[in-house]
Design a protein around this ligand. Sequence first.
Ligand code: IPM
Ligand code: MG
Length: 378
Amino acid sequence: MFPIIYLQRVSTMMCMKSKKIALIMGDGIGKEVIPEAKQILLTIANHTDHRFDFLEIPAGGEVWKETGQSITDASFEKLRTVDAIVLGALGIPGLPQGVAEYAVLKIRQEFNQYVNLRPIFLYEPLRDICPLKDEFIGDGINMFILRENSEGIYSKIGGKVQDRATIDTMIFTELGVKRILEFAFEFAHKKNHTRICSVDKANLLYTSTMWRSMFKELGEKYPNLEKKSYYIDAFCQWLIRAPYQFQTVVSSNMFGDIISDEAAFLAGSLGMVASANLNPSPNGISMFEPIHGSAPDIAGDNIANPIASILSIGLMMELVFADSYIGEILHHSIASVLETHRTPDIYPKIKEKPKVKKVTTQEMGKLIQNIVSNELRK
Ligand code: IPM
Ligand code: MG
């Protein structure tokens, strides 16, 4: 029922070695939500055999202002020594466009994190927050967006070509497309999904034509999966018309970026969606982050939703430390807290007095932590 990935399953008791976790809080609300994620890790360490060493790494807009780099070379080198990275959000107002965010793109590319997994799950208590009417929600929303995370329009090849003309280059390599599609098919297969859909713009783009034909060809190995290709425009429409039909969704870098923000609102808020930037090779270093940004408009107000960051910890425990039980506990705990307590982004906007209580970032973190602690103690 809950969006557990089940790529690997190993008992909690086998993981004795201390794991080194880089914590990049970044800017804005990153500094508020990551401490809540850290508290959850400390709670896990309290009640299981997992042990964590934390390495705080500065990155983002403030760092760019001081050093001219959004992550310094020395900080970046330290990331090579960790078992996993947890990142908050990057960006402050008033900087040249993209300079703060550059750090996240550098980490994804240098560590070859070519898969970006974004589970979109509507918790039952949040049906009242989902902007869709009940008939469009159907039996519920539980889909996994797999976004290609290393190439496409994110190549950074281009620039100003003349006074009034600029170019961005979209690159799809056969290797890049093959590895994300193969990952997606395997993922859908292991999850026992019945359907997989691919999103492209093959009626216009050469890159998409290649993507679509490779999706068709590689899909032949999975006769039991129903495979469907959508054009991005049509997919955006179906995403709000019948989101319950989607299970595994695979797409290129930019389309995945766009559809995951749209889909996040089906889960109630950007504050409800976690992501895993994965390098699936055995020694790969992966990064876990909420999909929301640094939200300067609410930074410092203690009202940001920490759930996406806490869910990122669930993804890390499952995908890097092979313990999906922790992810399951986190989901149950969050589901239970949502029955009674909400941060402002998921607080009901209705005329009569809501039955749930509005809470701060820290209160939400603490409520989840308490249940996790009780559950793990059992
Ligand atoms: C995301 C973000 C990033 C992206 C930005 C910050 C570069 O929007 O993780 O979805 O486009 O990948
Ligand atoms: Mg995005």
